[in-house]
Design a protein around this ligand. Structure first.
Ligand SMILES: Cc1cc2nc3c(=O)[nH]c(=O)nc-3n(C[C@H](O)[C@H](O)[C@H](O)COP(=O)(O)OP(=O)(O)OC[C@H]3O[C@@H](n4cnc5c(N)ncnc54)[C@H](O)[C@@H]3O)c2cc1C
Ligand SMILES: *[C@@H]1O[C@H](CO)[C@@H](O)[C@H](O)[C@H]1NC(C)=O
Ligand SMILES: *[C@@H]1O[C@H](CO)[C@@H](O)[C@H](O)[C@H]1NC(C)=O
Ligand SMILES: *[C@@H]1O[C@H](CO)[C@@H](O)[C@H](O)[C@H]1NC(C)=O
Ligand SMILES: *[C@@H]1O[C@H](CO)[C@@H](O)[C@H](O)[C@H]1NC(C)=O
Ligand SMILES: *[C@@H]1O[C@H](CO)[C@@H](O)[C@H](O)[C@H]1NC(C)=O
Ligand SMILES: *[C@@H]1O[C@H](CO)[C@@H](O)[C@H](O)[C@H]1NC(C)=O
Ligand SMILES: *[C@@H]1O[C@H](CO)[C@@H](O)[C@H](O)[C@H]1NC(C)=O
Ligand SMILES: *[C@@H]1O[C@H](CO)[C@@H](O)[C@H](O)[C@H]1NC(C)=O
Ligand SMILES: *[C@@H]1O[C@H](CO)[C@@H](O)[C@H](O)[C@H]1NC(C)=O
Length: 580
């Protein structure tokens, strides 16, 4: 299905081109006593031979639109440029290709403004490329299209021998730039696409069986959902077509609108198959490598190894009640509606609702109630929307697949333009007392008054789910919260470094107001403020010291690292030279 888009140039020719051009490699640029020279052209060629066609070079996805790429005059390719323009803001275009990320600022070097971008709001706007050079930015110049454990083992050995910097990418959905690093050799797991279903899956070495689906590390949720539906089961997953179910989503937490009843991704995963940085292919489950299994259940992607597949518990096919409420937002009704949903949240949470809410409506889902009960439950919100001349539908659908295709695909978050998030897990006590609600609404109103920004609410914490204490490594704040709330920041493709910096700062400031009223809570590491203060505590709470031990045990040489990940080397490391 995915169209191959490699430039029509041989591997050797591209290695040569990089050698001539302004592309620099992390090892080359690094300073200090341990600085190593970058892999030589001969080393890259030897790696290419060993990988037998699975090592590729990469240019920024928009490069065919530019005359000059990495300082070399190559000329535009109108045919290829038209394809990029057409797909620029589509996840279905971006996710099966190596170079693009969902958020194009992570393809750039934000600090130096080295980039190769089109105008997201109008990709055919020639101002973006006329007289402008395309620069490699943070796009890894080399990547391995991972097919099996051997490819990953070769890469870890290469990194150990040559000092090459590694990065790991599945779908490129990351909000924090963790699926790439400038000058790195990337391990791209997007084409690990196997799926299988077993009604009696037994984790290796175990004696209990489960109804479960096993997924290669690259399989996007839209394929997972179709597969589960074809097998007449329900898998609990994210709110977007192209997130990789077995990648960063599950390792970082993995929320679903069904999580309030069925738990987070980390609660449902039964087993991983992973190559750890010491080169071992391992099974991690409750019985084998249980320490690693625990760390992979919340410690985050890109940290403990390269996951090849995961196996997840599934539920029977189920009916869902859907409540969709929508009206045209005004400053007054936004505030009134936020008050209404804050007032209702504790009751709704006890009834099993989850969903996505905003100041002008919601799409909520319930697997526990009957249609009649659901209608009664959301009546206050329905009445409110109708009073604003809005719309409201409460209906029963036969399956998750029916819900996803009817509701989610049309409202899922836009991609292809820069977006950042600042989020907080909002604890129960801010919904359960009048004083708590007043304090919380005070902050929401204050942000509206000061910045005219209303929040997005992911209503997906595992509130009713009966989890086993100590089984996962996510912050315990997840278990004690009702909302995962976010503020968005954004800018244009051509915004200046200073404008971008201001957006990060504004976003951090708004998020800080939420931290101030929930000092003991935390944040979801996959969707947090890029500059989360005290991130170890925020993402992992008391689990951090044990996570760090496990990181050191399985990755003693620190071959893997990512921004604010467990064992993070810190912003002084060369790998982070493009972060603002
Ligand atoms: C539009 C949109 C909607 C979203 N909706 C949801 C949602 O409903 N629920 C939710 O919980 N989150 C959601 N997210 C956040 C999502 O979970 C994170 O972006 C997550 O990091 C994506 O993981 P990925 O592997 O698909 O992405 P990538 O960007 O490819 O990778 C993310 C991280 O995981 C690592 N990684 C990827 N693959 C592997 C692997 N095979 N082995 C080891 N490490 C790996 C990467 O190195 C990186 O650190 C959404 C994000 C976007 C952009
Ligand atoms: C442009 O790209 C297309 C598709 O990859 C290729 O067939 C064609 O030869 C290229 N044209 C030029 C002028 O390089
Ligand atoms: C770009 O595309 C839009 C919408 O398809 C069109 O209206 C506009 O004329 C195009 N602009 C250019 C410069 O081609
Ligand atoms: C299953 O294994 C656990 C320990 O792994 C053991 O305690 C239990 O007795 C076993 N159950 C059966 C039915 O074998
Ligand atoms: C699908 O699963 C449901 C719920 O377990 C069951 O009632 C139904 O009979 C199954 N349908 C088929 C076609 O197997
Ligand atoms: C809400 O309604 C407006 C028009 O009234 C529409 O443009 C928008 O897409 C709707 N949003 C949702 C989430 O249904
Ligand atoms: C809703 O529509 C009616 C009839 O057009 C109008 O009188 C009323 O002012 C509208 N209400 C709001 C809140 O827009
Ligand atoms: C949690 O456990 C209680 C007690 O066994 C049970 O009544 C409840 O249904 C369980 N909740 C969920 C969401 O499974
Ligand atoms: C960015 O592009 C827009 C539209 O092309 C233009 O109006 C604006 O001036 C540009 N901004 C900067 C900082 O160049
Ligand atoms: C963020 O808050 C700091 C400290 O209050 C303030 O100095 C700064 O101007 C704020 N930045 C933005 C962009 O609002």
């Amino acid at each position: 299905m995915s169209v191959s888009f490699s430039p029509p140039v041989s591997f050797a020719a591209l290695v040569f081109l990089f050698a001539l051009s302004s592309v620099t490699f992390a090892a080359e640029a690094s300073s200090g006593t341990n600085a190593r020279s970058p892999p030589t052209q001969e080393q890259w060629m030897a790696l290419a031979d060993e990988l037998d066609g699975r090592l590729h070079t990469a240019l920024p996805v928009s490069s065919p639109c530019f005359e000059i790429v990495n300082g070399v005059h190559v000329g535009r390719n109108e045919t290829e440029c038209a394809i990029v323009q057409q797909g620029y803001t589509s996840p279905l275009f971006r996710s099966p290709r190596f170079s693009p990320r969902m958020f194009p600022h992570w393809e750039t070097c934000q600090k130096t403004a080295a980039k190769c971008l089109l105008d997201s709001s109008q990709p055919n706007n020639s101002v973006a490329w006329e007289g402008v050079d395309c620069e490699q930015g943070s796009v890894s110049p080399y990547y391995i299209d991972v097919q099996s454990a051997i490819d990953v083992q070769i890469a870890f050995r290469f990194a150990r021998e040559t000092g090459a910097v590694l990065s790991v990418k599945a779908s490129g959905h990351d909000y924090k730039g963790r699926s790439g690093a400038p000058g790195s050799l990337s391990l791209w797991t997007r084409n690990l696409n196997e799926m299988s279903y077993s009604a009696n899956f037994v984790p290796e070495g175990g004696n209990e069986s489960f109804s479960a689906i096993t997924l290669g590390a690259g399989v996007p949720f839209e394929d997972v959902y179709a597969f589960a539906d074809a097998n007449n089961v329900t898998i609990i997953g994210g709110y977007h077509q192209t997130i990789a179910a077995s990648g960063g989503w599950v390792m970082g937490g993995g929320h679903s609108v069904l999580s309030p009843v069925y738990g987070l991704g980390v609660d449902r995963v039964l087993q991983f198959r992973i190559v750890t940085p010491d080169g071992q292919l391992r099974v991690a489950n409750k019985i084998q490598n249980p320490d690693l299994f625990w760390a992979l259940r919340g410690g985050g992607g890109g940290t403990f190894g390269v996951v090849l597949e995961s196996t997840m518990l599934v539920e029977p096919q189920m009916k869902l009640q859907i409540a969709s409420v929508n009206f045209t937002q005004t400053p007054e009704n936004a505030q009134q509606f936020l008050k209404l949903i804050v007032d209702q949240t504790l009751k709704w949470s006890n009834e099993g609702w989850g969903g996505h809410m905003r100041a002008s409506g919601f799409i909520n889902v319930n697997p526990l109630l009957t249609l009649e009960q659901a209608k009664e439950s959301v009546q206050p919100a329905v009445d409110f929307a109708l009073s604003q001349n809005g719309t409201a539908v409460v209906e029963e659908l036969p399956s998750w697949q029916a819900f996803f295709s009817k509701y989610v695909v049309f409202v899922e978050s836009a991609i292809g333009a820069p977006v950042i998030l600042g989020t907080r897990l909002i604890p129960v006590d801010l919904f359960s007392t009048e004083a708590g609600k007043a304090k919380f609404l005070g902050v929401l109103d204050n942000v509206i008054a000061q910045f005219n920004i209303t929040p997005g609410v992911v209503y997906a914490t595992p509130f009713l789910f009966n989890h086993t204490e100590g089984s996962t490594s996510v912050t315990s704040a997840w278990r004690n919260s009702l909302w995962h709330m976010s503020y968005h920041g954004q800018w244009a493709y051509n915004s200046s470094v200073e404008e971008i910096r201001a957006q990060y700062e504004l976003n951090s400031n708004m998020t800080q107001m939420l931290r101030d009223i929930s000092p003991d809570s935390g944040a979801y590491l996959n969707e947090a403020d890029v500059h989360e203060p005290n991130h170890e505590e925020s993402f992992w709470g008391d689990n951090y010291p044990a996570l760090l031990d496990i990181k050191r045990r399985y990755d003693p040489d620190g071959l893997l690292d990512c921004w604010q990940c467990v064992g993070w080397k810190g912003l002084e490391d060369e790998r982070y030279k493009c972060y603002l």
